[in-house]
Design a protein around this ligand. Sequence first.
Ligand SMILES: [Fe+2]
Length: 465
Amino acid sequence: MDGSTRISPYLSGNFAPVADEVDHRNLEVIGEIPAGLAGAFYRNGPNPQFDPGEEHHWFGGDGMIHGFYVEDGQVHYRNRYVRTPKWRAENAAGKRLFGLFGNPMTTDPSVLGTDSGLANTNIVWHAGKLLALEEGHKPFELDPITLDSRGYVDAYAGAVTAHPKLDPETGEMVWFGYSTGQMPLNAQMSYGVTDATGKVLRREDFEAPYCSMVHDFLVTRRHALFPILPLSGSLQRAMTGGPPFAWEPDKGAFVGVMMRDASADTIRWFEIDACYVFHPMNAWEEGDKIFADVMEYATAPLFPNLDGSMARNEGARLTRWTFDLAANGNTVKRERLDERTGEFPRFDERRAGLAYRHGWYAATTPDRGGDVNFSSIAQVDLESGRQTRYALPAGDATGEPVFVPRTAGADEGDGWLVSVVWRGEENRSDLLVFEAQDIAAGPVGVAKLPCRVPFGFHGNWRSAE
Ligand SMILES: [Fe+2]
């Protein structure tokens, strides 16, 4: 399907889905792919199998995994759909059957009650399993080499975030779910832990102050933090023709803080000025204080106001939230760390939940504009304050940059940064490899794809070690 003539911005340009599942071995390499870089880079993103119709949203496409397999300076590529129950039903019918996010009003009666999961948001390696994640459904397992679909992991017994945290000290995967109650768009949330062997140890429900889109959360060594920010969800509003999710700052904004080993009824709700965050960088604690670095928007992007209008959005900036557990009040201190705008913050995840120094994200470039067409990769050193960037050639756009340590025991930030980049002029994609501490020098190696990787969401590296 070529979306270039479509009206929806999320079906045209590099948002347009690719039609084919392909294998390309030994990609042409410009420069040098470091010999020490050995493993697989997986990237997930939406790729609608069939014309999604009028109600399409970028987040609503079927998940497709793009795998880059790196060994001995060579790169092989493979992409496969995640064959969810929705994908299989629509593939058999030869047409779209499901409404956006399973909307029953626009779903074909033949598949009402069939799981509508998309598995399109993130892809993580944990406890020997490659898991495609999407926040409304259970993790979906794939073969790490062939990318063949294995199916949902039923042990999770309900929705799991696309942004679990992997604890580098315990090997646990810590996660949550939102809107996990019976009816769609409810305020129930769930907190859960999977141990290092893949056994789901805990799944506990609690009530949020209201139903909101909780895309991500924060985990420190001892605490979990749940941001309830006013991108509110309302079934009643959706049933009366309004937006299911809307920017509603009057709802107030809260961050729930709980001890990881305590019960969810101990959550303490801090209050924060209305803002929105899709993605935190990292969080950690020191004494009675918890610090959280997040990409903070003044208003929620990509979603409407209550009346359906779209607010102008000026982008997200890296901002530090400080919570004082010893204070009497429940206010959050906020401090801007970086004036540049961007998204998809990543760091050396061996420091997940711990004090850290180095971060990277996809950024806009001054004087170029851009929304999710991020044309720079930004680096921030939170200890020295040094900020650098690599601006792509005009017309190109980067996805989320992912850090890969040089070796398992390398110092924090010592390694490479990998990112999938769209070459606008050629309508094609490349895998870029940077020295993580010197991105401004440009990529040390570029693996050239003959095809295109549509804009998508998250990726992760799985070391060959
Ligand atoms: Fe995300």
